[in-house]
Design a protein around this ligand. Sequence first.
Ligand SMILES: [Zn+2]
Ligand SMILES: [Zn+2]
Length: 303
Amino acid sequence: MTDDADETTAGRDPADALLVAAHEIRLGILRALWRAENHALPFSDLRRAVGVRDAGKFNYHLSKLEGRFVTHVEDRYELLYPGHRLIDAVQSGVFDREIEDTEIAVAGACRDCDGDLVFTYREFIGRVRCRDCEETMLGYPFDPGGFAERDDEAAIVRAFDRRTRRYWRSGTDGVCLVCAGPTEVALVDEATTLQALDRYDDHYASDQPVVAAVDCQHCSFYSYVPVGVVLLGHPGVVGSLFRRGFDVRDRHLWDLPFVVDADRVTLAETDPKRVVVTATPAEKLAATVDETASIAEVEGLVG
Ligand SMILES: [Zn+2]
Ligand SMILES: [Zn+2]
């Protein structure tokens, strides 16, 4: 990062921003504006929405938010983009929502023992695992917001799939979905991965010869992504599968063999690493993935 880029954050201490917002009334103001039509309200309506009788006290707290999280336009107060993002973080539920340990039956069978699959949720991590042998097919953090406004268990599981897919696809494509910063992507082998993951005794892709290590250069986001996920971003692969009657949108990630099956991933070269991921063995649709987890070559495309 250049000094110039650093300049943009000059005078804006993040600790200061968090302190400014760390008050019940101030969070109430942000929340009320977020709920309001066009995210804007006149002073008296805003005060009523937050439920503070004392106008002087209310005005004091509102003034603390002005300029950074809230702006005053004509006779109304409006939520600024940083205000939205702060409320987004709160609404994700990670600070205040506790989800009990959850187990939801999902379609499909364990590739090892043919047992039933379940989606489990514990300490912010969603996992799809086998009920019998406890093999984990896939795991990734999932915000408690994923359970909000959804009564249908299948919808929760679908949300976990869709969201994990986005984070992994964007991360392997160089863009962090958490902070918009650049990610560094490299294929790493089992030894490296397991060493880095020694606290995960049940990591999901440990039987694959390599996984894509995705590391944001700007925030704390990192992930180990099954290499097959990058095939989902290649229009030729997705299109060829579609013409063969296989729509990648109809299956969850753990139901896509080229994502979860170790025998679909072959180490072709070791230095630099290149792997071949086979989408459909019968038709020989396969992609060669280079050391940066980019697709270098595809065979077996259907035109
Ligand atoms: Zn099993
Ligand atoms: Zn990031």
